[in-house]
Design a protein. Structure first.
Length: 328
């Protein structure tokens, strides 16, 4: 894969329509307006696309407001070099100053306000890439999205590491083409950035990423888990699992919450997804995706494919192709 330079943009005194066209080409459809009525906008920036990542660096000499009509399905890191930017995301207003980076879910962004003299480097990570990376760190499917703490203090050691990685990525891109390292090299750096963000920026999976080894689990919980594994392809509900484990539904739910930090049905779904993934990556197994799904208890292929993509960041057919040497 080669780099794709999406845009090199530098203009003095642009009107709102020209800036709106620029955002539509480089980020998403948007309405751009100057902060002062009837003022013109002066900006410069440069965008790169590398695999499932976008990287850009720019500066807004004059203030502007960007209202997004369809924000990308990605997580974005904004690393400031100067000035102030505000992001309205639902009920939240995120503020980035020179010592504070922002990390957020772009699909929730409604409006960006860049004040005069604002400069920053931005990195957008496709959600599927971030989820796939988290799944690999957890060695488990990811059930639900990732909610990051919104700001990163760049004065801390952790924040400084994120900034250093970001600047290293930009130093690889912002050179003559003959001097750039391979796109594979830059993609690995961006993958390292995802790991750094997941491990250092508080999020709803932080506890699982740092969780110590669980204590011994009760016998009835073990029986419930054994029953799930023994009947993995069969339909089952919480009441069925509780009955086979010799306990009540309420006690079973409490045990799963205490020792597995989840519900019985979420745990069942997790082991089914993990089993399906292991089967799809086994080159010795030539079953179709549909057969694998049925063997692991998924009767509806559309729901299975959607849940699999949400959990691992790729479609089951893609996993099967990679696991079987690119052919089925």
């Amino acid at each position: 894969m080669r780099y794709a330079t999406q845009s090199v943009f530098k203009i003095v005194k642009a009107d709102a329509d020209e800036m709106s066209e620029h955002y539509a080409r480089t980020l998403s459809p948007a309405k751009v307006e100057p902060l002062r009525q009837h003022s013109l906008i002066s900006v410069e920036d440069r965008h790169f696309s590398v695999g499932r990542f976008s990287v850009w660096n720019g500066r807004c000499q004059s203030g502007m407001q960007v209202t997004l009509s369809q924000a990308p399905d990605a997580y974005a890191l904004y690393l400031p070099s100067s000035g102030v930017m505000e992001i309205d995301a639902g009920s939240k207003r995120l503020i980035s100053k020179p010592t504070t980076a922002l990390l957020g879910d772009m699909s929730r962004f409604e409006r960006l306000t860049l004040h005069e003299g604002r400069g920053h480097m931005g990195v957008a990570f496709e959600k599927s890439a971030m989820i796939q990376q988290l799944s690999e760190l957890l060695d488990a499917p990811v059930i639900g999205g990732i909610d990051f703490a919104d700001t990163i203090d760049l004065a801390t050691a952790k924040g400084a590491r994120v900034a250093a990685l970001s600047h290293l990525v930009w130093s690889c891109l912002n050179v003559e083409e003959a001097d750039r390292p391979s796109s594979a090299f830059v993609e690995r750096l961006l993958q390292a950035m995802m790991i750094a963000l997941l491990e250092t920026v508080p999020n709803n999976y932080s506890a699982r990423l740092t969780k110590p080894i669980s204590p011994a689990i009760p016998k009835r919980l073990k029986r419930a888990i054994e029953y799930m594994h023994s009947n993995i392809s069969s339909p089952m509900g919480v009441a069925d699992i509780a009955r086979e484990a010799g306990t009540s539904v309420r006690a079973l739910q409490a045990a799963f919450q205490q020792f597995k930090d989840t519900t019985p049905l979420n745990y069942l779904r997790t082991i089914r997804l993990e089993g399906a993934r292991k089967t799809l990556t086994d080159p010795a197994i030539s079953l179709s995706v549909a057969e694998v799904a049925r063997n692991w208890g998924f009767s509806h292929m559309g729901r299975f494919a959607a849940l699999y993509h949400q959990s691992f960041g790729e479609m089951p057919s893609s996993t099967a192709k990679m696991g079987r040497g690119g052919c089925q």
